[in-house]
Design a protein around this ligand. Sequence first.
Ligand code: HEM
Ligand code: HEM
Length: 456
Amino acid sequence: MEATEASLPKKNPTAMAFTLTSAAWFALATSLGMIAAGYLIAPDFLANIEYIHFGRARPMHVNAVLFGFVTPGLLAAAFYYIPRLLRTELFSHKLGVFTAVFWNITVLWGLIGVSLGYTQGREYAELPWSADIMVVISFALVGFNFLMTIHRRTEPILYVSIWYITAAVVLTSCTYILGNVIWKPNTGALVGIPDAIILWFYGHNVFGLLLTPMGLGVAYYVLPLVTRNPLYSHTLSLIGFWSLIIVYTHIGTHHLLQVPLPTWLKTIGIVDSIAMVIPVMVVLINLWYTVKGKLGSIQSDIAAKFIFTGTIYYFFVNIQGSMMALPVVQRITHYNNWVVAHAHIGVLGFAGVTALGGLYFILPRITGRPLYSRFLADLQYWLVLIGITGFAIVLTIVGLIQGNAWYNGETIYRTLPQIQPYYIMRASLGLFIMLGAYLGLYNIIRSLYFNRGATT
Ligand code: HEM
Ligand code: HEM
C-alpha cells in the first residue's frame, strides 16, 4: 500500500494541540539549554540561582526536549497521518485534546519538581515519581486512542508508519515503567549494578523505541507523498522494522562499557550496536531510493527538506554510534562532550528536525491555509542546521581534548582553559537554534490562529 491522502475532514484539533505543544516546548527547552551552556562558560552566571543552576537546568533541558518538543511534535504528525492511512476518523478528538493538555501539565509538573530539587537523579529518568505516573498515563491515553482507531479502520492494510508509531507508543509505556522503577516510589531505583542495567535498557530505548520509530514513521509517510513516488520496497520496510525491534532493544549496555558489568552483557551490547547497521541502512536505502530523482521536490517543500535532512543526520548518528560502542573508541570518547555531540546530532539533528518537518507538513493540511510564512520556516531551517552542525563539530573537538587529556592522565582543571573558547562557541551556536525555535513558534501560532492567507 502507498501513502494516500483520503478525503477525511480537515479539522484535527488533536494534531493542532500537539503541534502547539511541541513548538512552545522547543522554545522553552532551548532557553533552558542556553542557561545550562551559560553555566558551563561561567559557573557564577545568573548569581547561582539554585532553581536553574546547572544540575537542575540540564535535566530540565533534556526532559523538555525529549518529552516537550520532540515526542509531541512527532505525535502531532501521527495524529494527522493515522486517520488518513487507516481511512477512518480518529477514535476520539476529545480524548486527544485532553491528552495534549494533560501531557503539558505532566511535563510542566515534572520540570517544576526537578527545579525544586525533587529529582530521582538518574539520567533520562530524573522526573519525580508523581510525574512518572503522569507520563505513563499520557502514553497510555495516546496508545488507547491509536489502538481504537486501528480497531475501527476501514483500510485493511497497515502501512509501515502505523507499525512504527504503534510500537513506539506501546513499548515506551512499558519501558518507561521499567526504567523508572516505578514500583519503588521513594527512590525510583534498584540497587547497584542491576539499577544501571535497567536504567540504560530504558535510556537507550528512549532513542531506539521512541524517537527513532516515531521519526521513521513520519519520514515513511511524508517523503513518498511529497515526491509522489511509491515506497521503494515493502519488503525492506518489513526487514527494517523487525530488525530495529530485535537489535535496538539489546544495546543499552554500550553505555556501561566502563562499568563492572558481566562481560557477556557488554558483548551483546557491542555486537548488536554494530548490527544496528542493518535496520539503519535498510531503512535509509528504502527512503533514499523512494525519493531518488526527486531532490527538486524535496528542495521546494519545506517539510520534506527538514525530513530529508533528518535522514542524513540519522545516517551520521548511527554510524557514529556503532563506532562509539567499540571499547577501543570509547576509551577516548566516553564521559565527555563527544557523547553530548552525538546526543544533539541524534535527538535534534535526526528526531527534532524530523519533528519540525512533520509539523510543517501537517500545518497547511490541518488549517486549510498555506503556512503563515515560508520565509520564516526556511530561516528556521538554516538556523537549526547551522546550529546543530556547529554543535557537532565544536563538541566533538571538546570531547577529543577531554578524552585525550584523561587518557594521558592529565588533571581535569588543566584542560578547562583549553575548552573554554569552545564552550563560548557552543553557546553562540545555541543562540541560532534558540532564535530558530522562537521564530518557529511565532510562525506556527500565526499559521494556526492568526493567518489571513488564502484558504486552500
Ligand atoms: C546505530 C545506532 C546507535 C548506536 C550504536 C549508538 C551508540 C551510542 C553509544 C555507544 C552511546 C554511549 C556513549 C558513551 O557513553 O560513551 C550513545 C549515547 C547516546 N546516544 Fe546513541 N547510538 C545510536 C543511535 C542514536 C540515535 C538515533 C539517537 C537519538 C535519536 C541517539 C542518542 C543518544 C544519546 C542522547 C546518547 C547520550 C546518552 C547519555 O546521556 O549518556 N543515539 N549512543
Ligand atoms: C539553544 C540550543 C541548545 C543548547 C545551548 C543546548 C545545550 C545543552 C547543554 C549545555 C547540555 C548539557 C551538556 C553537558 O552535560 O555537558 C545539553 C544536553 C543535551 N541536550 Fe541540548 N542544547 C540545545 C538544544 C537542544 C535541542 C533542541 C535538543 C533536542 C532536540 C537537545 C538535546 C540534548 C540532549 C539529549 C542532551 C543530553 C546529552 C547527554 O546526556 O549526552 N539540546 N544541551
